[in-house]
Write a protein that binds this ligand. Sequence first.
Ligand code: GLN
Length: 211
Amino acid sequence: MDVGILALQGDVTEHARALEAVGVRPCPVRRREDLSGLDGIVLPGGESTTLGLLLGSSGLRQPLGKELHAGLPVFATCAGLILLAASVRDGRRDQWSYEVVDVAVRRNGYGRQTQSFETQLTVAGVAGGPLPAVFIRAPVIEHVGAGVEVLAALARSDPDGPLSTPPSAVGRSEPVLCRQGAALVAAFHPELTADRRLHALFVSMIREREL
Ligand code: GLN
């Protein structure tokens, strides 16, 4: 199975290692020709504004959008999630997104780089107990549409904790891993840990579709 990784910017190598570990061939995508023959694609974390600009200058913006809207399975993490969201809050004025997944996200909603944190998440349908999740200037998923399944949520509980949760947000629970059809989106970075269960889940989503 050949799975592309958008390789313009961001944590491409880590996703490639994770994909290899679950038995598929990672294929870097830098030009439109690289899109042919893929069974799925990963949109990595990085910087959504930079990725948006590079998608434009590389000529990939339109052809990738066409594939995504035609249902190419996609696993998008952090900035990748922002690229897929139906609406982006706190974006740059010229920020655009593919509007493939019916979620509204707020960029950097979990705070700045220094407020990065790691936590454990229980994921619906994934056996083996909670998995580690690294959040780095992550987007907050503020709204999900009716067709979106929430697979994991993060409770904001501690106003003095690593999230620096404002007291007004304490007790709120926000989706951080969602699925809509063949799209899997995470606000965090599963590729930065040694746990491969979400990459394995993505591969099983591709297999389901190909049956
Ligand atoms: N804050 C970044 C953005 O807006 C995303 C950060 C990340 O991917 N780790 O694109």
